[in-house]
Design a protein around this ligand. Structure first.
Ligand SMILES: [Cu+2]
Length: 194
């Protein structure tokens, strides 16, 4: 097994950590990564410019899932029966490696979600129903807070967003990851904020 540090802009096999932020790791051996050898890799920053502006941090991974394991997918992908080189289409979308994830939050508090798309293939749109988010980090770089209703992350991308929950305990709010066009199967997963 080998693990490669992936920051998209810069891949090195020797890990030297000089930049805080939201990253992820995955295997580069055979087909281990789409089959699950992948995860978030967070480098905390005691000097974050957003320190003190949120109650709690939560890590949220978006990913895709195939119902066949990678070796058999690759066999078809690299065969004469696939002359266009069409990539295998994921069968499901996952958040934190599951479906129907529930996250408990308190009303009227700000949370920082560190979001990483650790998929093999599919991009996803993400939004929090009834809430806006403030994007404060993209791929390990702090940004000026930018308000957004929805964010789109391709495979490999990360973002941190601040979400202030409504001062309202009368209902739950879904947050939704929606796979883009490539993953037509099961486009929606719902996550309930309680
Ligand atoms: Cu890689």
């Amino acid at each position: 097994m080998s693990l490669r540090w992936s920051s998209r802009s810069r891949d090195t096999n020797g890990v030297q950590i000089d930049q805080p932020g939201t990253y992820w790791y995955h295997s580069h051996e055979a087909g281990q990564y789409p089959d699950g050898l992948r995860g978030a890799f967070i480098i905390n920053d005691p000097k974050s410019p957003y320190k003190g502006q949120y109650e709690e941090e939560m890590v949220l991974t978006l990913s895709d899932w195939y119902h066949e394991q990678t070796p058999s997918l690759l066999k078809h992908f690299n065969s004469v029966t696939n002359p266009t080189g069409a990539e295998p289409i994921p069968k499901a979308a996952l958040m934190n490696d599951t479906q129907n994830l529930t996250v408990s939050v308190l009303p009227g508090k700000t949370y920082m979600f560190r979001i990483a798309n650790i998929a093999a293939f599919a991009g996803q749109y993400l939004w929090f129903e009834g809430h806006t988010m403030r994007i404060v980090e993209i791929d390990g770089i702090y940004t000026e807070a930018a308000e957004a209703d929805m964010i789109y992350l391709t495979a490999g991308q990360r973002a941190s967003v601040l979400v202030t929950t409504k001062n309202d305990t009368s209902s739950n709010f879904a947050f939704v990851g929606s796979m883009d066009e490539v993953g037509k199967a099961q486009p929606l997963i719902y996550i309930i904020l309680t």
